[in-house]
Design a protein around this ligand. Structure first.
Ligand code: BG6
Length: 534
């Protein structure tokens, strides 16, 4: 378990509750009325440019990285500071990118994404500096190292901790990491550490990912590398481990004897607006399924780890990934929404799926015969991410409750975080009729005064504390690519084609047919409504 953190009670940032974070990541809208990225009609701000430009940053004490061109990354850091987990004077942030920008220029770019009293914000923004330089020559990195070293020399904490956050295209990871290794490491004569956070995509298939891992592996030890997958920082994803292994209720149920099928679903109600150029090279499987949904899958399907030590947990994740059978083409449905190719950055003959439903089969004692349906799509009718565990029918059902629908345990990751269990109950009244209802733990109701931290906020804090539990290990990444690479190559070679679907729909109808074919029974007439405070 994590050591408790002491909230700061005085200093630069008052520990006040209830202040929200603006945005979590590239692609998220800035607050209303603030200077954010350009918005496309009906879409999110242009995050494509942000993703491309950016930098890395660092500093000392808890050293953090920000980015000139990815200012949406700053809110989690601000929030972390706001809540008092980063102490005044302990952190300094250096933005590094190619653009010519002053310190104030970077601060202004970031300011629009932060909420809070102007005097608090100004204090935070003063911690941010900017250094410009290229990604593959020593000059800029020497300048960066000088700036960091000057700060370290002026800081009396005696602690030298440098955290580099790379929000960059993976093609420049090796050269940037080489520059960091050559020019910017914490000198071995100083106590402290140097850590590097890298963002997906980690390659495009098994070979390219392995090549990237090998290149980074020559420069940094595994304990210095933090491969971030922000889904692992989401509250309800982190809860999966507790839920499964701390509750007697679930232990005997969580297997092929009781569970018919499991769906892990990601839906977005907007397209690839502003990110078409990036997205088209990757597609929905590389963008969402091979990483975010597969990480959730691991936590749902893995065996109980020996302990909560990060290596024990990650060992179990690797094992379950290695137990996944090759994907069958007939258990895949791909889609591309109409209008996707209207984006001028997307080629007219693009074969890239914006929707995919893929059935995974786990070859082990617990899960043999239980389909895991991993489904993700853009430009659909709603936005949500959830895990839906559907139980088998009741044998010898005297109530004929089959028509009400099966028991389901739903873990709603976002929005409106909740867990609910769909049950058949007696309909209140004089008659002995049944209906479907639910046991509902909705976080908004149950934890009214609790602020759920942003995923990045939590993960960056983990990095500072050296906890790799929620980061992807190299062998885990390899096992994940092994599952999807044959399918991805078939798509890249045009052997599998996406089916068109209407934006704002549920995706191709063949996806619902596939779910039904492998056993999912949709409950008609029951809709879960997130409870609201009166
Ligand atoms: C990112 C993907 O990793 O996750 C985006 O690149 C996607 O395409 C985003 O929109 C979704 O994250 P969240 O936290 O909003 O579900």
């Amino acid at each position: 378990m994590r050591p408790p953190l002491t909230p700061m009670r005085s200093g630069l940032w008052p520990a006040r509750r209830g202040v929200g974070v603006l945005g979590r990541q590239l692609g998220e809208a800035p607050p209303r009325g603030t200077a954010g990225g350009p918005r496309r009609p009906g879409g999110r701000p242009d995050a494509g440019g942000a993703r491309r430009g950016c930098g890395l940053l660092l500093s000392t004490s808890p050293t953090m990285a920000a980015s000139s061109a990815a200012p949406r990354r700053a809110p989690p850091r601000w929030s972390t500071a706001r809540e008092g987990f980063i102490q005044s004077g302990e952190v300094h942030i250096f933005g590094y990118a190619r653009s010519n920008l002053s310190d104030d220029g970077l601060r202004e770019r970031i300011r629009g994404y932060l909420k809070g009293a102007p005097e608090d914000l100004s204090g935070f923004l003063q911690l941010i500096k900017y250094v410009s330089g290229s990604y593959d020559t020593g000059e800029g990195f020497e300048k960066l190292n000088k700036a960091i070293s000057e700060y370290e020399a002026s800081n009396k904490s005696g602690s030298y901790r440098r955290l580099f956050y790379l929000a960059l295209p993976p093609s420049v990871y090796p050269s940037v990491c080489k520059m960091i290794r050559t020019y910017c490491m914490n000198p071995s004569s100083h106590p402290g550490w140097t850590r590097v956070i890298v963002e997906k995509p980690f390659g495009k298939d098994l070979d390219s990912a392995e090549e990237l891992s090998a290149q980074l592996g020559e420069l940094f030890e595994e304990h210095q590398l933090y491969r971030i997958d922000h889904y692992l920082g989401k509250e309800l994803v982190q809860n999966l481990l507790v839920l499964r292994f701390a509750n007697r209720l679930f232990l005997p149920l969580w297997n092929r004897d009781n569970i018919d099928n499991i769906q892990i679903v990601f839906r977005e109600d907007f397209g690839t607006e502003g990110r078409g150029g990036y997205f088209d090279q990757y597609g929905i499987i590389r963008d969402i399924i091979q990483n975010h949904l597969l990480q959730v899958f691991c936590l749902v399907a893995m065996e109980k780890p020996v302990s909560l030590k990060p290596e024990h947990i990650r060992d179990e994740k690797v094992k379950v990934l290695q137990s996944v059978n090759p994907i069958k083409p007939e258990e895949v449905v791909l889609g591309q929404y109409d209008g996707y190719k209207d984006d001028p950055t997307v080629p007219d003959d693009s074969n890239t799926p914006t929707f995919a439903s893929v059935v995974l089969r786990v070859h082990n004692e617990r899960w043999e015969g239980v389909p895991f349906i991993l489904k993700a799509g853009k430009a659909l009718s709603s936005r949500k991410a959830e895990v839906r565990v559907q139980f088998k029918d009741v044998p010898g059902d005297i109530f004929r409750s089959k028509k009400q629908g099966r028991n389901e345990f739903v873990i709603r990751l976002q929005p409106s975080e909740a867990m609910y269990m769909k049950l058949t109950v007696k309909k209140p009244g004089l008659e002995m009729a049944t209906e479907q209802s639910e046991l509902d733990l909705s976080y908004g109701m149950r934890y009214q005064n609790v602020k759920i931290p942003e995923a990045y906020e939590r993960l960056i804090l983990d990095t500072i504390r050296g906890d790799q539990q929620h980061f992807v290990r190299r062998d885990e990444l390899k096992a994940a690519w092994q599952i999807f690479t044959p399918l991805l190559h078939d798509i890249d070679d045009g052997k599998l084609k996406p089916r068109p679907y209407e934006p704002g729909s549920r995706g191709p109808k063949e996806a619902d047919e596939l779910s039904a074919r492998v056993g999912y029974v949709q409950t008609h007439g029951y809709v879960w409504v997130p409870p609201t405070l009166a």
